[in-house]
Every structure is written in C-alpha cells, then in structure tokens.
Write a protein that binds this ligand. Structure first.
Ligand SMILES: *Cc1c(COP(=O)(O)O)cnc(C)c1O
Length: 356
C-alpha cells in the first residue's frame, strides 16, 4: 500500500517503552512513542528518511533556527478504527500546508508525497501505541528547522525534517471563555500568520497570559490594522452559527492559518444543506448577534480538540454568555460525525482517511 519510491533506513529500539505508559493518565504531548523519523537536507537534496529510537539530539550552538526562527511544524492525528486498522486523517492536506509554510519561510521544500510517506512510515512503525480505547489517538508532530551552524542572517542551506508521535487520550475541551483582543496582534498583512511557523506562537504567549490573568482561556485575534474584524481564536480557527448560517473569517488573506478541521466542518455543512459564508466577520456583527439572540453557536476548530465550544465572549468591559453547549445542534453533530469517520463507524464517503 505504501509507496516505496524512497528508501528508508530503520533502527528499532531494543526494548519498547510501551509497557511503562499509564494509559489512564496520558497528559497531552508529554508521552512519546518509541521512534522518530529524521531526514536531512544538504547540498540541495534530501537524504533518505531514517527511523531511529526516540532520543535527545545534539545541536551546534549556532544552529540557525534557534537564533532566527526558520522553523515550521504540523499537527495531525492517526486513529485505531473499530476493526483495529490504523487511519490517518487528511494528511495530504498537512503535506500541502507544510509545503506552503516552507515557501513562506524561505526553507527547502519537502515534496508532498515524501511528507505523506514519512508520516505513514512513522505511524506504521509505532502503530501499537494507538490503543483500542474510546477516543484515544496518536498525535503526529512533523517539523523542520534550519541547521546551518552560522550566525549570519540568510536562508539556511541545511535543514532537518523530523516526525515524532505522542499517544493521547480523548481530549475534552471545557467550554471556553474568550476575549476579543484589540491591542495585541497575532498576524499582520504581509506577515507570516498563514504559515505554521514557531514565532507566531511565541508572539502570542504574552497577550494570552494577560488574558488568562483576567480569566479568559483564549484570545480572539482581530486584524492588526483596525481590530474590527475577527481572525482566529487562540491556535484554532473560529466559527459562528448566526440565524442558521455557518460563518467564519475567510482564509483568503495572509493572516489566517488555513485549518484542515475548519475546512472539513465547512464541507460537511455544505453537504448537509446549511448556508456557509466565508468572508470578513466584523466584531460588531458578532456582538449584535450575541445581544439579539441570533448567535446560537461559537466554537474553535482544530486538530487537538476537533471542536472546542466557546461559552462566553468578553468584549471591552462587557461579557456575553452564549447558549448552552447541549443546545448546539450543528457543532455537536459535526463533532460526532467527524469522530465516526475517524474511528470507522461512519462510511468515509469523502475519502478523508488513509488506512495503513
Ligand atoms: C494549526 C492551527 C489551526 C488549526 O488547524 P488544523 O489543521 O485544523 O489543526 C488554526 N489556527 C492556527 C493558528 C494553527 O496553528
């Protein structure tokens, strides 16, 4: 099934660490599977991918990524279906987005087919790390960074691409309180907001901390120029249901990360006959709809939680409580439907999962 165009070298662990995992207590992103995949770019070409035991690595102190931030990543998941097979969700989309991040950050491009192949190989190697337990999955973290050992500022000539994986339990996101942010900015036009690049997350930590101090789980980012238009929520795309219509900020800009979860939600909504509007979304419009009761659902969309319900929006000095999560027909239905596709209890009629 897996293409064999690329030779892969494998060095298996002597003894798996799987017996030491406490499956009833799996904090997100802190437990790592046995192996990782490593591939270096040098002299204008990619080496063969290698799968090696998960371990620390040595880096030169002048490693370019550490100083100047040429560093990008992806996040996706693999699931064990009800029949015991392993299913990866839409990794072709991650491959495409990764390539676009490479381009924007002036990094060596990774061919989409090679990205997909590497993801499939590392998941296959550690497939036993996905237990047949409700809601469990394998979080997959592909990433790439500049490895020149030179402290001049220029695009690096050398890069390292890696993937490691983390078994994760069901991710129940508590309904969130969010604050519409009007001072700090995640991304500006002409900047790198559309790329999944490390610095975007570093830049968001301080404003997010100020929000947390005031009791908000996350910030809703607005446009850098006017702060009148909504962009994203924390590290998720944000979606609204107003008057039965699904509304979300258009990703036709360089300030919004084109999310795969959001895209899937939109495709389902259209298929179910729900009107969808991808366009600029004004803060004022959302506040007005919250006041007059036409705003019935607000949620974040992203790989980790799939759907993260938002229960309250803070705007300036006011707080707007939103309808109870249990009454949100559309987002609850989407959440269960996407889960059913991933875990194989619903037919994959869109061709979104790849079984390996
Ligand atoms: C990764 C990410 C998302 C969600 O993308 P998915 O592909 O759905 O996981 C949204 N916004 C930001 C800023 C992100 O980094």
């Amino acid at each position: 099934m897996i293409q064999s165009k690329y030779a892969i070298k494998t060095n298996k662990v002597e003894k798996s660490a799987i017996d030491r995992v406490d499956w009833d207590n799996l904090p997100f992103g802190k437990v790592f599977s046995d192996h990782m995949l490593v591939m270096d770019y040098e002299n204008g070409e990619w080496s063969s991918p290698e799968i090696v035991p998960f371990e620390d690595m040595k880096l030169h102190p002048a490693t370019s990524a550490i100083h100047y931030g040429q560093s990008i990543f992806e996040g996706l998941k693999a699931y064990r279906t009800n029949t015991g097979e392993i299913a990866i969700f839409r990794h072709d989309m991650n491959a495409k987005r990764f390539k676009e991040s490479c381009q924007r950050m002036c990094m060596a491009e990774l061919p989409e087919g090679l990205f997909e192949y590497c993801v499939e190989q590392i998941v296959d190697m550690d497939r036993d790390w996905i237990p047949q337990k409700e809601g469990y999955s394998l979080y997959i973290r592909p990433f790439m960074f500049a490895t020149d050992d030179f402290i001049g500022i220029k695009p690096s000539d050398k890069y390292r691409f890696m993937i490691f994986t983390c078994p994760v339990g069901a991710y129940y996101s508590e309904p969130l309180n969010v604050k519409i942010e009007e001072k700090y900015t995640r991304a500006a036009e002409g900047g790198v907001g559309r790329a999944k690049t490390a610095g975007n997350y570093a830049a968001s930590l301080y404003p997010a901390k100020l929000g947390k101090d005031k009791g908000f789980h996350q910030l809703v980012w607005t446009d850098a120029k006017t702060h009148k238009f909504i962009e994203e929520s924390g590290t998720m795309n944000i979606m609204f249901v107003i008057d039965g219509k699904l509304i979300t900020p258009s990703e036709d800009t360089d300030t919004i990360l084109p999310g795969i979860t959001k895209r899937s939600v939109i495709e389902l909504a259209k298929d179910w006959g729900m009107p969808v509007e991808e366009r600029k979304v004004e803060v004022e419009e959302i506040i007005k709809a919250a006041k007059d009761g036409t705003l019935t659902e607000v949620f974040g969309a992203g790989t980790a939680a799939t759907i993260a319900q938002i229960k309250m929006i803070g705007y300036r000095e006011e707080q707007f409580d939103l309808p109870p999560v249990g009454e949100r027909k559309f987002s609850n239905k989407v959440y269960h439907y996407l889960d059913a596709i991933k875990f194989g209890t619903e037919e994959d009629k869109y061709g979104w999962v790849k079984k390996i």
